[in-house]
Design a binder for this molecule. Structure first.
Ligand code: GLN
Length: 456
């Protein structure tokens, strides 16, 4: 049914880069047989999924939305891919994304534009716009994204779906093509909090193949989601981050946020205001740390090891082939970040830029730690505005970066957060989804699910 739905609507939406019909049907049949034999491998056996095209798969290409990886098929499955397969979850296909996960609108994909199912002239968010659009248009009941600075939560907010950035180190990065290694985290996307929790349970857990994987039990997110659905938040303390509201936020987004606070209070929670002064510097720090890591990580695309190779005709040196390939294979945003990162890391500038940004990162983590001494979770709008029009910000990188203002601090601190649908707001006559961001300390992801399920 989902493959039929994809065939019916995806030429208008552009959520998928690759659809794996035969493999998905075979996996569904295997899951059916296991269920019939009373040996269902997981609660989600047979429920299909859309996978962001940044996780490696042996049976489909992995492009990361980049020309430089066009046609490349990985010799191994990512740990996350393997966990999906082992849980009996058929992979419907690979979803569109901003090139190497750099972007906020999915317009940086080298292949196609993805449209927001709520308004086809608007962006579906990014970098995981393909996964969010697939969910919102009922092409898939579950999806996987990655969140380096907001790429799961922000697309969830603008498509009225649920997206979670788990605690850094709890979902394996083995086989997740790196953008910024200290920030990247795979995570679950769904249409309800409980669906998302069931998927979270499948993908999280220690992996010896990822050196940053945490060897600790995964909190019981499914139990927390079920508990939250009783709609009782008595005794829960919630902090509103002072720095994540006010000037620059759309009026309808702020109204929805006020209503969310009222709803949470009516469910029994206590709401207090919390000061996180260093959050004001998160954007500056993020856009030094991320490009620095990108400039290093993307050095591996050297025309020798993967995908595209340009100018290999016997008249060019190896260095020239590398330069020609990177010139043709990378898009403008990727090049911009490689340049910024190379500059920020260069001798004489390292302390002034990268070093300072790392200090800010520590201050942000301290702001969170201090806040969580007094509250269980923090909340804010997920995005300052509703979905903007396609093309509106493509020529203004800074305006594009500002769309992730509310989501970046969590990545810098390595903690957990969720975006849950929070009604709609009006923008120039269009009625568009708004998201509520719920944030929790590291390894306390279960709190997101309790509060999220109570609120939804
Ligand atoms: N939009 C942010 C960026 O461009 C976040 C991307 C992400 O989370 N992958 O870096």
């Amino acid at each position: 049914a989902h493959l039929d739905r994809i065939a019916e609507v995806d030429d208008r939406l552009g959520a998928f880069l690759h659809v794996g019909g035969t493999e998905a049907l075979a996996a569904a049949r295997r899951a059916d047989d296991a269920i019939a034999a009373g040996e269902a491998p997981s609660a989600l056996a047979g429920v299909p999924i859309a996978l962001k095209d940044v996780f490696t798969t042996t049976d489909a290409p992995t492009t990361c939305g980049s020309k430089i990886l066009e046609g490349w098929v990985s010799p191994y499955d990512a740990t996350l891919t393997r966990r999906l397969r082992d849980a009996g979850i058929p992979i419907l296909g690979k979803t569109n994304m901003d090139e190497f996960a750099m972007g906020s609108s999915t317009e940086n994909s080298a292949y196609q534009v993805t449209r927001n199912p709520w308004d086809l002239d608007r962006i579906p968010g990014g970098s995981g716009g393909g996964s969010a659009a697939a969910l919102a248009s009922y092409q898939a009941p579950l999806a996987i994204g990655t969140d380096t600075g907001g790429s799961i939560r922000q697309p969830a907010a603008v498509t009225a779906t649920v997206g979670v950035k788990p605690t850094y180190g709890t979902v394996s990065r083995y086989g997740l093509v790196a953008c910024a290694s200290s920030l990247d985290q795979g995570g679950p996307c769904g249409r309800t909090v409980l669906d998302t929790a069931l998927l979270h349970e499948v993908i999280a857990g220690h992996d010896p193949r990822d050196s940053t994987s945490i060897d600790a039990p995964v909190p019981d997110v499914v139990a927390a989601a079920r508990e939250g659905s009783n709609k009782d938040l008595t005794g829960v303390r919630i902090g509103v981050v002072k720095q994540l509201q006010g000037e620059g936020y759309q009026a309808g987004v702020l109204e929805s946020f006020q209503q969310a606070c009222a709803t949470l209070t009516s469910l029994g929670a206590t709401i207090v205001e919390v000061d996180c002064p260093s959050f004001s510097y998160a954007l500056g720090a993020y856009y030094l740390i991320l490009p620095s890591e990108v400039s290093s990580n993307l050095a591996r695309f050297d025309a020798m090891r993967y995908g595209l190779r340009v100018g290999d005709d016997g008249t060019h040196s190896a260095d020239e082939v590398m330069a020609l390939t990177r010139e043709a294979g990378f898009g403008p945003e990727v090049k911009r970040r490689i340049m910024i990162g190379t500059y920020a890391l260069s001798s004489g500038y390292y302390d002034a830029y990268y070093g300072q940004a790392q200090k800010v990162r520590t201050l942000i983590a301290r702001d969170f730690a201090k806040a969580y001494q007094d509250v269980d979770v923090l909340i804010s709008p997920t995005t300052p505005t509703t979905a903007f029009k396609l093309g509106e910000k493509v020529d203004d990188p800074l305006a594009m970066y500002l769309f992730d203002l509310c989501t970046l601090p969590v990545n810098l601190a390595g903690t957990a957060a969720m975006s849950v649908p929070s009604g709609t707001a009006n923008d120039g006559g269009a009625v568009l989804p708004v998201g509520l961001q719920i944030m929790a300390p590291a390894l306390a992801d279960d709190r997101l699910y309790k509060v999220g399920a109570a609120y939804e």
